[in-house]
Ligand binder design. Structure first.
Ligand code: AKB
Length: 312
């Protein structure tokens, strides 16, 4: 077991919940402190209630547990952020500054800060969007991630803080539910299918978006964090790709196993957000620098999702 002490901020969230368990497998239960705004249940290791807007509370936890790595996963996502842009901006940026500052002041070993495909807007190439592309996002979430990526890069260059980041596409997993994102339909659809309910999708049938299955997302995150620092050429955030599909294609994939599954479409405000995002992503920098390779395609993911959801 490795002996670093890790703090996860947002450990109750969609990715945080799964990443906490994965990190505990690597570092040991007692070395991974799971924190969130609300008390966390069913944990095999230490927990804290933390509002990441409170820099003093963050510092106290870092001191108490002798933390030397932080995974900062708490954020307001694309759809929720549009309902109150200034609130979303404040949460996303203030919490990041608190993390970067504590990392600088206490010389932490590493910080993980996820970015998103939301950094891209309509001006970006829609297909196979390159690593270095014009970034004119159309959501406050995307704007905060572009700013966050640049601050991560600044803290790395100016202060030597080892901040690492990937631009997650939509993440799909059976263990946890997403909240407030534009790609959330791709998780919800499997829950409807397993309950034999018709699914009404809030995006158009032909809306193609980049997606990634949770096991690939977690493995990729850990691989990036383990990679030798001198291999990393990108200090803003790495493009990361798994698969790309439309709602109709995922419905078709479900129908291969559940032929009676039905989907209908009622696009809402999230359609415009999805339309501004890439359809597919070029992740060759991640492949080159730290050997990133996704394992799951759509049908393999569907089989695994339905298998696990059927057991819960
Ligand atoms: C969202 O839809 O907002 C997130 C994301 C792609 O970052 N899942």
């Amino acid at each position: 077991m490795k002996q670093d002490n890790i703090l996860i901020i947002g450990a109750g969230g969609q990715i945080g919940a799964v990443l906490t368990e994965a990190l505990r497998d690597v570092y040991g239960d007692d070395h991974v402190v799971a924190s969130d705004l609300k008390p966390l249940d069913n944990q095999s290791g230490p927990t804290e209630v933390l509002n990441a807007l409170d820099g003093e509370a963050l510092e106290a936890i870092v001191k108490k547990w002798r933390i030397n790595q932080i995974y900062h996963l708490a954020a307001i996502l694309s759809a929720t952020g549009e309902k109150d842009p200034m609130w979303a901006w404040n949460i996303n940026m203030t919490s990041l500054f608190n993390v970067l500052e504590i990392a600088r002041q206490r010389s932490l070993n590493k910080v993980y800060y996820p970015s998103s495909i939301a950094v891209f807007g309509q001006e970006a190439h829609h297909q196979n969007t390159p690593q270095y592309e014009v970034l004119i996002p159309e959501t406050v979430y995307g704007i905060s991630k572009v700013a966050g990526e640049n601050w991560a890069n600044y803290y790395y260059r100016r202060y030597g803080v080892d901040v690492r980041s990937v631009r997650y596409p939509g993440i799909i997993g059976y263990q946890s539910m997403p909240g407030g994102g534009t790609t959330d339909y791709a998780v919800e659809i499997y829950h409807y299918a397993i309950q034999q309910k018709n699914f009404e999708c809030f995006l158009r049938a032909d809306t193609r978006l980049p997606m990634l299955y949770m096991p690939d997302a977690i493995r990729g995150t850990l691989e990036l964090m383990e990679a030798p620092a001198n291999r990393l050429s990108v200090r803003t955030s790495y493009n990361l790709a798994g698969m790309s599909f439309t709602p109709e294609e995922v419905a078709e994939s479900i129908r291969k196993l559940m032929p009676n599954f039905k989907i209908s479409y009622k696009p809402d405000f999230r359609q415009a957000i999805a339309d501004s995002w890439p359809a597919s992503i070029d992740d060759s920098a991640a492949r080159h620098d730290w050997n990133w390779r996704p394992e799951y395609d759509l049908d393999a993911m569907t089989k695994d999702m339905l298998h696990h959801l059927a057991m819960t």
